[in-house]
Design a protein. Structure first.
Length: 318
């Protein structure tokens, strides 16, 4: 059975200075990785990644993810080469080309999602391999491009973020692993693993924990309710997302509608989509993700004291 690791997920919503502080504590508590999400029009995470590379010495630093529509693959290769050098070879790159609505705001059309992922992996791998690369893809191309610095690692791991079956399958063909969306049940991870057979499966999730289970659920409730509302609205024109939420969680669509309308998700939603509660809850949820084939759980600590929650989760799950 593949190893199971606990990491932390940060994003452009978190200032770089705070990322620096949390990264130091994550390494001290023995977490395995830190993953940096970069939603469209939030802070770019490259400065935070650089700060965390200098603040730590052992923990893996994951980009989860960069979008080639927002940052050309040649630029991604340049930034990745620099950050991997800064971290001493601890960087992992995640690429994703979905989320059409957010990237439409700056006027970007991601209609060629699959081609963008294929071209992105080919260009980044070629440039990190030291090639003078000419590549003509459907979405992205380069002509005689070569990095002027020697990358620290030609074999830097590249993972794909994917939800729809053809993109999930593509991750198994061309990438070193798969990243699934954060608001997905363990059942979706198991389904994706059965398609891609990934060497690594990174699953972001929300986390609020402590000895007082009721208090942890109260912290999580508004965050979970808001994300459920956002995702449920998106399902109206995205059948694949609806299937991922409903079919893979076992919660009927009618109950999603009730939870969203009332802002009152019941315990089934906490159980399906988060790690919330006391130590026993933490262990049960971690076991569910592990059994689904997840190798890396990347948790976003939503409470007011993430350092306390980080230590609690590490003690509970190990």
């Amino acid at each position: 059975m593949a190893s199971f690791r606990i990491g932390m997920r940060l994003s452009g919503a978190v200032p770089a200075r705070r990322c620096f502080e949390l990264a130091s504590m994550a390494e001290a508590f023995g977490l395995s990785s830190i993953w940096f999400a970069e939603p469209a029009m939030e802070r770019g995470v490259a400065p935070a990644l650089g700060a965390c590379a200098m603040a730590t010495t052992r923990i893996e630093l994951g980009i989860g993810v960069w979008n080639p529509f927002m940052r050309h693959p040649a630029q991604i290769a340049m930034d990745v080469a620099s950050l991997d050098e800064m971290s001493g070879g601890r960087l992992t790159l995640g690429l994703g080309a979905g989320l059409a609505r957010p990237i439409a705001r700056p006027g970007i059309d991601n209609a060629q999602t699959r081609a963008a992922l294929s071209d992105g992996v080919a260009i980044v791998r070629g440039l990190l391999g030291g090639e003078r690369l000419t590549y003509r893809g459907q979405a992205f191309s380069v002509e005689g491009a070569k990095l002027d610095v020697a990358p620290l690692r030609a074999s830097l791991p590249i993972l794909l973020a994917a939800d729809v079956p053809d993109a999930v399958a593509l991750s198994g063909d061309i990438a070193d692993g798969l990243i699934v969306d954060g608001l997905r049940p363990a059942g979706f991870a198991a389904h994706a693993a059965s398609i891609a057979r990934p060497k690594r499966l990174v699953h972001p999730t929300l986390c609020a924990v402590g000895t007082d289970r009721t208090a942890a659920m109260a912290v999580m409730k508004p965050v979970l309710a808001a994300l459920l509302r956002q995702h449920w609205q998106d399902t109206q024109d995205d059948p694949a997302l609806r299937a991922a939420l409903v079919d893979r969680s076992g919660i009927p669509a009618s109950d999603f509608s009730i939870a969203v309308a009332s802002n009152e998700p019941d315990e089934r939603f906490f159980e399906a989509f988060t790690v919330t509660g006391d130590a026993a809850d933490c262990r049960r949820r971690a076991d569910a993700f592990r059994e689904a084939g997840v190798t890396d759980l990347a948790v976003t600590f939503v409470g007011p004291n993430p350092i306390h929650d980080m230590a609690f989760l590490h003690r509970a799950v190990g």
